[in-house]
Design a protein around this ligand. Structure first.
Ligand SMILES: NC(=O)c1ccc[n+]([C@@H]2O[C@H](COP(=O)([O-])OP(=O)(O)OC[C@H]3O[C@@H](n4cnc5c(N)ncnc54)[C@H](OP(=O)(O)O)[C@@H]3O)[C@@H](O)[C@H]2O)c1
Length: 310
């Protein structure tokens, strides 16, 4: 089979195209492109079928496991694919590791080191119990996320563009420093012991629930990450599609009840709006995949992220 590889502007990426066997897969084609270009390793390549000029239709993305013949529309002799360079890639676990490492390391610096003298505060800082517990709570949270990244999640995408490392690190690292600065500040005023205990207690319960949600999501896929998207079931997933995000938001609520800073609440609102956006997309995808037609199960009626509002 002859495969013509063109760029989005219509130029041939590989002059004269590539000759592959009729049983070749998309992964074989990606390897063949890599051999000829060196620069474009498989995870950097996005291959799609051409669309009619001016069409608003989304192009079909070629799946690396599928046979090329599945995309030829009956013709076995020739296929044209459109190539897009996704740019340098990093493993998903590397991306998550670096974004969580920042808050994990930055926060204790504000707690343990005399950083506030550089901001004009001369007196010795006395730590309130709320500040000490907050530091442990925070570090536990990000340590848990790193451990889950390596030992719990089964990602469907192997890699992510390297630019996401800089974007995500900027988000997590700056918010981490922002909250740590205000929470460990020498002028910080703690809440009552009762409020602190309720907040941290509720937050810990939500962190455990969040971990359990991640275990349930993990079990939807095989160890190699195969299995696509399934209907999450059990525990809070029986009432809400993105129960892992619900418990994530509530655990930040617990932290904020216990520590009460504007910075912490701002982070919670920003994180909740990001997760809400993602949750709407995930909910829509599951409803589309499980539409109850042609033998497919129907996605049950569920809240998206924050019952009883959404
Ligand atoms: N504070 C914040 O700003 C913030 C923001 C986002 C996340 N988080 C925390 O980080 C955790 C992980 O975030 P995330 O966005 O990666 O979560 P996620 O997309 O919901 O997924 C976690 C893992 O489960 C898989 N998964 C999700 N739904 C699935 C389904 N229906 N069938 C099969 N597998 C499924 C995902 O696969 P894919 O690889 O295919 O996605 C991913 O590997 C969250 O649960 C939350 O605790 C915090």
């Amino acid at each position: 089979m002859k495969v013509l590889v063109v760029t989005r502007s219509g130029k041939e990426l590989i002059k004269g195209g590539l000759e592959l066997t009729d049983s070749a897969t998309v992964a074989d084609l990606q390897e063949a492109i890599h051999k000829r270009t060196r620069k474009y390793y498989p995870s950097r390549q996005r291959l799609t079928l051409p669309v009619q000029p001016g069409s608003k239709e989304r192009p079909t993305v070629l799946h690396y496991k599928k046979n090329l013949s599945e995309y030829t529309n009956g013709s076995t002799s020739e296929l044209t694919v459109v190539f897009k360079d996704l740019g340098p890639q990093v493993k998903y676990s590397t991306l998550f590791f670096f974004e969580y490492l920042g808050p994990l390391l930055l926060y204790p610096i504000f707690y343990y080191f005399p950083v506030y003298k550089y901001f004009g505060y001369k007196e010795e800082r006395v730590s309130h119990p709320a500040q000490t517990y907050a530091m442990y709570y925070w570090c536990f949270h990000y340590f848990k996320r790193i451990m889950e990244t390596f030992f719990v999640h089964r990602f469907s995408h192997a890699t992510s563009p390297i630019s996401n490392v800089f974007r995500n690190c900027a988000y997590y690292w700056s918010f981490g420093a922002f909250i740590a600065y205000f929470l460990n500040h020498p002028l910080y005023t703690p809440v009552s012991d009762l409020q602190m205990n309720i907040g941290f207690g509720f937050g810990i319960v939500c962190q455990v629930a969040n971990f359990y949600c991640h275990l349930l999501l993990r079990n939807l896929r095989s160890p190699s990450g195969n299995g696509g998207y399934q209907i999450p079931r059990g525990f809070l997933f029986n009432i809400v599609t993105c129960a892992n995000y619900t418990t994530e938001i509530y655990q930040w609520l617990g932290f904020n009840i216990a520590t009460q800073t504007v910075a912490g609440y701002v982070f919670m609102i920003v994180a909740a709006s990001i997760m809400t956006n993602w949750a709407l997309g995930k909910h829509r995808r599951l409803k589309k995949l499980f539409d109850g037609k042609e033998g497919r199960p129907k996605y049950p009626r569920r809240w998206v992220i924050l019952p009883p509002f959404l």
